[in-house]
Design a protein around this ligand. Structure first.
Ligand code: ADP
Ligand code: MG
Length: 488
C-alpha cells in the first residue's frame, strides 16, 4: 500500500467520468456536434425536445463506447436499455435525460495505475460504462438578471465511466484519470479535450478508520476539469472531512462544487437519491442489442493498447522505460516511431532521433506528429544514411526540420546539396592543412601536452567542411599529423 494520505483515516475515492464520444452527430439525431458555435445552431427537433420528435440511436456512438469498454476489460452487454432520468432544469427541454440505468452497456473492467512511490502497478476496478446524452447549458447573465439557454450541447453523446471506490489517495485518483484519459483517446473513442468539457470528472470521497470495512459517508465533488484541480480538490476535501470527524461531527452526503480560483469547495446541493429521478425504460427506444459477432469485431479492431505497446517497445527494441514513455505519448507518435525504426533498419538510433530531434523540430515548427510533412519512411531513410556513414549526424540534423515541415526525398536532397560524407584522405588533408596553418598556437600547445587542442582543431576542420567531413577519419588523420609535430 502507499503511505496513507491521512494518519487516522483511510481515504476512499470513487470517480465518475463523463466522456464525450467522438461522433460528428448527436446521440439520437443527426444534428451536428461541434464546439464554439453561436448558441442554438446545432439543434434539431429531437434535441429541442419538441413534442412528437422521436430519437434514433447513433450506432457509431455505441461502437465508440464499446471500444472504450473493451479496451478497459469490460464486458459489453448483449442487451442494454436506455431509460429516462426525470428532472426539471431549464436546459433540459424534455424534462428528462436519456441515460442507461439498470442495464448499462458494459459491466466491470479495470484501469491499471502505477503511482510514483507506490508498490508498482495496481488495478482500479470499473463498475460500469453506460451511454447517455448531455444536457444543454444555462448561461446566467448577472448584469441583467437573466438566464439564457444554449441547447448546442443537448443530446451530445457521452459515456459515463463509473469506478469502484478503490482509490486510496488523491494521487491515485489523478493517475487513474490520466490512464483512462489516455485509453479513450488511444482507441479513438473520444478526443477527451478537457478544456472543451469532453472529459469531466465527479469525485466521490469518504474517510473511514484504518482497518474498517464499511464505507464512510461520501461527498461528491462535481465537474472537475483538470487533473491538477482534481487532486487539489480531493486533498482539500480529505482535510475538511478529517477535521469534521476529529471534532466529533458527521459527514453529510452532499454535492460540492470546486472553486479552482479560491482553491476551495462550496456546497451545491444535498445529494438526491437515485430513485428521485424515477428512471424508467424510454418507450421511444427499443433495447440496444449487440450480437456476439458485433462485439468481437469491435474487440478485434482495437489497436494494441498503451501498456502492451510500452512493454513491447522495451523488449523488442531494448529501449529504456523513460524513452518508451516519450515515444508512446500518443498513438500517432508510437506509430510514427515504429515506421521510422523499420525504414531506418536501426531501431535504437530511430528511438533517439524520434524522441529527441524529431520532437524538438516539430515543437519548433509548432506541429504535432500528425502534421509532419515527412513520411516516417523518409525520416527512416535519413537516419539510415547517418547510421551507414553516408552523411554525418550534423548533416542529418540539418536536414531534419526541412523534411518535417516541407517533406521531400532525403536521397535527392543529399545528392542535390552534395551532403555525402567526405572521407577521401586527399580532400580531408586539404582542410587539415588549412586548419593547422591558421592555428599555429593550437599546434604548439598540443605539442606541449594539451591534448584538448585536438578537439579545437577538429572543430575547425568540420566547420571548413560544412559538417560533411567524416569525423572519425578527421580525428585519426589530425592526431597523426599532430603527433608528427604538424608536418605533412
Ligand atoms: P451516484 O450516481 O448517486 O453518484 P453511483 O453509484 O452512480 O452513484 O456512483 C457512485 C460513485 O461513488 C462510484 O464511483 C462509487 O465508487 C463511488 N462511491 C460510492 N460510495 C462511496 C464512498 N462511500 N466513498 C467513496 N466513493 C464512493
Ligand atoms: Mg453520480
Amino acid at each position: 500500500m502507499n503511505a496513507p494520505t491521512h494518519p487516522d483515516y483511510e481515504v476512499v475515492i470513487g470517480l465518475e467520468v463523463h466522456c464525450q464520444l467522438r461522433t460528428r452527430t448527436k446521440l439520437f439525431t443527426g444534428a451536428p456536434v461541434r464546439f464554439g458555435e453561436p448558441p442554438n445552431q446545432d439543434t434539431s427537433p429531437v434535441c429541442l425536445g419538441l413534442p412528437g420528435a422521436l430519437p434514433v440511436l447513433n450506432g457509431y456512438a455505441v461502437e465508440l463506447a464499446a471500444r472504450a469498454a473493451l479496451a478497459t476489460g469490460g464486458e459489453v452487454q448483449p442487451d442494454s436499455v436506455f431509460a429516462r432520468k426525470n428532472y426539471f432544469y431549464p436546459d433540459l427541454p424534455k424534462g428528462y435525460q436519456i441515460s442507461q440505468f439498470e442495464h448499462p452497456l458494459s459491466l466491470g473492467g479495470y484501469v491499471e495505475i502505477d503511482v510514483a512511490g507506490g508498490d508498482g502497478p495496481r488495478r482500479i476496478g470499473l463498475t460500469r460504462i453506460h451511454m447517455e446524452e448531455d444536457a444543454g447549458k444555462s448561461i446566467h447573465d448577472g448584469a441583467v438578471e437573466e438566464t439564457h439557454v444554449d441547447l448546442n450541447r443537448s443530446g451530445v453523446p457521452l459515456m459515463e465511466i463509473v469506478s469502484e471506490p478503490e482509490m486510496r489517495s488523491p494521487e491515485e485518483a489523478g493517475a487513474y484519470l490520466r490512464a483512462l484519459h489516455e485509453i479513450v483517446r488511444w482507441v479513438g473513442a473520444s478526443d477527451a479535450d478537457m478544456e472543451k468539457g469532453q472529459f469531466r470528472c465527479d469525485a466521490n470521497v469518504s474517510l473511514r478508520p484504518h482497518g474498517a470495512t464499511a464505507l464512510g459517508t461520501r461527498t461528491e465533488l462535481k465537474n472537475l476539469n483538470s487533473f491538477r484541480y482534481i487532486e487539489e480538490a480531493i486533498h482539500a476535501e480529505v482535510k475538511r472531512q478529517a477535521a469534521l470527524l476529529d471534532s466529533g461531527g458527521e459527514v453529510v452526503q452532499e454535492t460540492w462544487g470546486w472553486d479552482a480560483d479560491a482553491g476551495r469547495a462550496f456546497v451545491m446541493r444535498g445529494k438526491e437519491n437515485a430513485d428521485d429521478y424515477r428512471y424508467f425504460p424510454d418507450p421511444d427506444l427499443i433495447p440496444l442489442t449487440l450480437s456476439e459477432e458485433a462485439i468481437e469485431a469491435i474487440r478485434t479492431a482495437l489497436p494494441e493498447l498503451p501498456g502492451a505497446r510500452r512493454a513491447r517497445f522495451e523488449q523488442a527494441y531494448g529501449l529504456p522505460a523513460d524513452q518508451v514513455q516519450v515515444l508512446t505519448a500518443s498513438r500517432e507518435l508510437a506509430d510514427f516511431f515504429e515506421a521510422v525504426a523499420e525504414a531506418s533498419g536501426a531501431a535504437r538510433a530511430a528511438a533517439n532521433w524520434v524522441a529527441r530531434d524529431v520532437q524538438a523540430a516539430l515543437r519548433e515548427a509548432d506541429r504535432d506528429v500528425a502534421q509532419s510533412a515527412a513520411t516516417p519512411q523518409s525520416i527512416g531513410v535519413l537516419i539510415g544514411m547517418v547510421e551507414s556513414g553516408r552523411i554525418t549526424a550534423k548533416s542529418g540534423r540539418d536536414l531534419l526540420p526541412e523534411l518535417l515541415t516541407e517533406g521531400g526525398d532525403p536521397e535527392a536532397l543529399v545528392a542535390e546539396r552534395g551532403l555525402e560524407t567526405v572521407s577521401d584522405a586527399g580532400e580531408l588533408e586539404r582542410w587539415i592543412d588549412d586548419a593547422l596553418a591558421a592555428h599555429p598556437k593550437a599546434v604548439a600547445s598540443y605539442a606541449d601536452g594539451d591534448k584538448k587542442s585536438l578537439n579545437f582543431l577538429m572543430g575547425q576542420v568540420m566547420r571548413a567542411s560544412q559538417g560533411k567531413a567524416d569525423p572519425g577519419r578527421v580525428r585519426t588523420l589530425l592526431a597523426e599529423r599532430l603527433d608528427a609535430g604538424g608536418a605533412a
